[in-house]
Ligand binder design. Structure first.
Ligand code: DQA
Length: 150
């Protein structure tokens, strides 16, 4: 087995454990486990290991981010609705200083006005949105390219 280039964190916010049955006309029918499996396979093909965590609880997500600096090379984050207002998550990401790729299954910019602001975007290296499960795969690819050009 080739040496791992590093470990990546896939982090998921509230209600994303409901994917598969949650508003399938917007989010599709694949489950969170399906998305994690595809993203993990992509990361492994590129030489990286992946851990995946989901929580509905903002404090839990902040705690995970606060300790991520010693474990991970970067984060692919779908903060779900926390994207639009959770400045405490923004601050935690800023403090830890890891490269973050923001991902969304849907394209929040094309949806209700309250989804148009992202408090994650200012602390992310970039955003992938609107490609369904491909957003996670593209997010992993973008993060690994960023890590390898550093
Ligand atoms: C989402 C978009 C958010 O606006 C929403 O609150 C979600 C999912 C997405 O992946 O498209 O829960 O992050």
């Amino acid at each position: 087995m080739p040496t791992s280039k590093g470990r990546l964190l896939l982090l998921h916010g509230p209600n994303l454990q409901l994917l598969g049955s949650r508003e399938p006309s917007i989010y599709g029918t694949a489950t969170l486990a399906d998305h994690v499996q595809r993203a993990t396979a992509t990361a492994q093909r590129l030489g990286y290991e992946v851990d995946s965590e989901q929580s509905d609880d903002l404090a839990t997500l902040i705690g995970i981010v606060q300790t991520a600096g010693t474990k991970y090379a970067g984060i692919v984050l779908n903060a779900a609705a926390f994207t639009h207002f959770a400045w405490s998550l923004h601050d935690a990401l800023k403090s830890v200083g890891l490269p973050v790729v923001e991902v969304h299954l849907s394209n929040p910019a094309a949806r209700e006005p309250w989804r148009h602001e992202s408090v994650i975007a200012p602390v992310a290296i970039g955003t992938v949105a609107g490609f369904g499960g491909e957003s996670y795969v593209l997010g992993i690819e973008a993060l690994t390219r960023h890590l390898e050009k550093q």
